[in-house]
Design a protein around this ligand. Structure first.
Ligand code: ADP
Ligand code: MG
Length: 773
């Protein structure tokens, strides 16, 4: 393998092996090219990502046909790729009227219904040969795409195999009883040919040919077979239980390889030197706790203690703080920062948007009061400063803040990715807090870590709570602290789904907004688009959007693929809704503000400030408010076209209200039909405010690829058998086993096959999600 995977871009293949002849001089039989018939065939294999024999072996069946059962022809539909077991009822040769080209027309039946089948051939010889094979009464496996001809379904140019007419009669009889693996196929390369090629490769293999990443001790302890055995089980099963056994073994392997890499990274990070930042008596943290206007929740106390202990060590903390929306993660993060400042260090907090960064600065300054006015007239003697660095800033302001960061005057530096640009320097960076981590990629994190002399401590907070097993997979190298409760004294949120087609409900919605505002509350109105003239949905980050955020794209794709019909009416847009609401009597003349990603940083800040102060008690906005915007007086939220949003996104949005003493009400205006996935999502949301539970439901309603991030979906390196939502027990076992190995040897030296498997997986793009911490 190339030592630095990034240095050279070799084609990615199904097994994840980077296949490049110029680097492989060793003779690994698995890296030999797939035994295709000819160059054209080789190309077809390549379109499936299959270049080497190893690639072929991990081209797994997507389902199995039961050879003892005849497939139900009644269930066919146009465009379906099928593999049918059926009996030949009749076949004849015909000729095209004009060209005279021969074709074979046949009828096959499952005993109930029949299906026409047509094979166009080059000459009569071939047609006659087909006729010979398609003798009346023969049972065959027919595969191909269903299309329609003259108003009737038909199978054109199917690939077929007559069962029981194979050379080895006895074996064929036996094999005909086995489940038939059906492979993902491509034009000109059908499941049967793939199966035949696979058997050619797989049948002669011995244990020595197939390195097993799972060491024998672990296999024995867990009652698992070898990798070769698992491959035979899934590719050549004798019966259904073989398939299950093989898949279970491969599922474990996926979890194990992943966890081994995570354990190795964790061990590496722990070996790095970091500066211990123990708590100091009489410092900022104590002063802060003394002036805090509320009691910490038990969860905040526990997480605070865990973090405090980590910081006191001279190994870098690697911790994930995940918690319910509104559970008070910011206070926990701030207390960690203060401990670090007390110990002579600085902390940096990275936020996904400049709106959020600016808000964090406001929040932190408010919470800190005079403690944030270090070196200023009237400030506390032990105080520090909070500096903001974003791309939206003016040059002068930026310069002051850069200086504060470099001199150490600012104990806390908050910003967006602009923080990562080279002029930003720190006197002594001790802690990196990454807020709402899912928006950050690996390079950004690396760039920040590189700004510290010693490895800084790392605290990551998540935007959305995720089930423990998912956290373990995606953030496996991090220790986890959880905030499960929200501070008491909140009156909670009620959520209702409002059908957009019901004028009465819609009327009630706007009147409710008017009432809340009249009582001194604030109302958010969230739209999916900015401008009515845009046809696409807005991908709403702010001006500082160098990072990619696929959330909205995913959401829309879901809404359309998940069964919700594309909305009949165009999605409501901020610029249009704000105009209508300004004219709407039901709002009682309340001023209506606007917030969206195309506004400048300054305009955005002003919009939020006006909303918070009550100057504009109604704010029409995009999802730019999704993360973290904290206005305690906000009591009502109307989400227009709620059906196009994702569940966790809506939960996050909803978390913007009911943060003060007054209860919140969230009205989800939806155009989704009853019973659609979109409606199911909205109903789940209305039924509970438990973010962990919602995350679970959400993940079950989504494709697996989405779980590991949009970047991961559709990738060949995606997990094939492991389901991170439901395979918690497997992941637990694999993690224990993997950590055991890493304890014995942190670099996994005695297990070359495991190291190889890790390298292969990472070469295939998984690096990306492992790095998203
Ligand atoms: P999130 O976890 O969603 O980031 P925040 O940190 O923004 O939540 O906190 C939400 C609100 O709750 C803030 O206004 C914060 O000041 C307040 N808060 C935090 N902890 C407590 C507590 N223990 N008691 C009361 N209010 C709290
Ligand atoms: Mg937050």
């Amino acid at each position: 393998m190339a030592e630095s995977p990034g240095a050279r871009r070799a084609p990615r293949t199904r097994s994840g092996l980077v296949y490049d002849d110029s680097v492989h001089t060793d003779v690994d039989p698995m890296r030999e090219p797939v035994p295709a018939k000819n160059a054209a065939d080789l190309k077809k294999f390549a379109t499936l990502g299959i270049v080497t024999k190893a690639d072929l072996l991990v081209h797994y069946p997507w389902r199995y046909a039961d050879s003892r059962e005849v497939t139900d022809i009644a269930s066919l539909a146009i465009g379906l790729n099928v593999a049918l077991i059926a009996r030949v009822r009749g076949a004849q040769m015909k000729h095209a009227a004009r060209t005279g080209r021969p074709r074979v027309e046949a009828t096959i039946t499952d005993g109930n219904r029949s299906l026409s089948l047509v094979i166009f051939t080059a000459n009569e010889g071939i047609a006659t040969w087909h006729l010979g094979r398609l003798a009346v009464g023969e049972l065959g496996l027919f595969s191909g795409e269903i299309n329609v001809f003259n108003g009737r379904l038909q199978l054109a140019n199917p690939v077929y195999q007559i069962l029981g007419s194979v050379e080895d009669e006895a074996r064929a009889m036996e094999e005909a009883e086995w489940p038939i693996p059906i492979y993902p196929a491509t034009k000109g390369l059908d499941s049967e040919s793939i199966r035949a090629t696979l058997r050619k490769v797989l049948d002669p293999l011995t244990e020595a040919d197939v390195p097993d990443p799972v060491p024998p001790e672990i296999r024995e302890a867990r009652g698992l077979g070898s990798r070769l055995k698992a491959l035979r089980d899934v590719h050549v099963p004798r019966e259904e239980t073989d398939v299950h056994r093989g898949q279970a073994r491969l599922r474990y392997e996926e979890a194990f390889v992943l966890q081994a890499e995570l354990a190795r990274r964790r061990a590496r990070a722990q070996r790095e030197a970091s500066t211990a930042r123990p708590p100091r008596a009489g410092g900022l943290l104590e002063a802060f706790d003394a002036r805090l206007p509320f009691d910490l929740t038990p969860g905040q106390v526990l997480a605070g203690a865990q973090i405090g202990d980590d910081l006191a060590l001279d190994r870098p903390m690697q911790r994930l703080l995940q918690g319910e929306v509104g559970s008070g993660k910011t206070v926990v993060a701030l207390r960690a920062m203060l401990q670090v400042i007390d110990a002579g260090g600085q902390a940096v907090m990275l936020a996904p948007t400049s709106v959020l960064a600016a808000q964090h600065v406001r929040t932190l300054r408010t919470l800190l009061g005079e403690l944030a006015e270090g070196g200023m007239l009237g400030g506390s003697e032990i105080g520090t400063r909070v500096a903001l660095l974003t791309g939206a800033q003016g040059a002068a302001e930026r310069k002051t803040n850069l200086l504060d960061a470099a001199s150490g005057q600012a104990g806390i530096v908050v910003g967006t990715h602009a923080l990562l640009s080279s002029p930003v320097q720190f006197a002594d960076l001790g802690l990196v807090v990454i807020d709402e981590q899912h928006k950050f990629g690996v390079e950004q994190r690396g760039a920040l870590l590189a700004k510290a002399k010693n490895a800084p401590h790392l605290l990551v907070t998540t935007a959305t709570p995720i089930p423990r097993t998912v956290a373990m997979t995606v953030f496996g190298e991090l220790e986890i602290s959880e905030l499960r409760e929200v501070p008491s004294g909140r009156s909670g949120i009620t959520t209702h789904v409002v059908p957009v087609d019901s004028p009465a409900w819609m009327d009630r919605t706007w009147r409710r907004v008017g009432e809340e505002v009249a009582r001194g509350g604030r109302a958010f109105v969230v739209c999916a688009r900015i401008d009515p003239d845009d046809d696409a949905l807005t991908n709403e980050d702010d001006g500082d959007d160098l990072y990619l955020d696929d959330d909205e794209a995913t959401t829309v794709a879901q809404a359309t693929t998940a069964g919700a019909r594309p909305p009949k009416r165009p999605l409501r847009a901020v610029l249009e809704v704000v105009e209508t609401l300004r004219q709407d009597d039901r709002l009682g003349g309340a001023a209506v503000g606007v917030l969206h990603g195309r506004m400048s940083g300054e305009e955005k800040d002003r919009a939020i400030a006006d909303f918070a102060s009550g100057a504009t008690p109604v704010l029409v906005s995009t999802t730019v408010i999704e993360v973290g915007v904290d206005v305690p007086a906000a009591t009502v939220m109307v989400v227009l076209d709620a059906h196009v949003f994702g569940l966790s996104q809506l939960h996050q949005l909803r978390g913007r209200i009911g943060r003060g003493r007054e209860p919140g009400i969230c009205l989800l205006v939806s155009g989704a039909p009853d019973g659609s996935t979109a409606t199911q999502r909205l109903e789940a949301l209305a039924a509970t405010t438990d973010g962990f539970e919602l995350a679970r439901v959400d993940l079950l309603l989504r494709r697996e690829g989405d779980v590991l991030g949009a970047a991961q979906s559709g990738r060949r390196g995606a997990l094939r058998f492991l389901r991170v939502v439901s395979d918690g027990a497997v992941i637990d076992r694999a993690r224990d086993d993997a950590r055991g190995l890493v304890d014995a040897d942190p670099e996994l030296t005695p297990w070359p096959a495991l190291r190889g498997a890790i390298e292969d997986q990472l070469a295939d793009g998984r690096e990306e999600f492992l790095g998203r911490t």
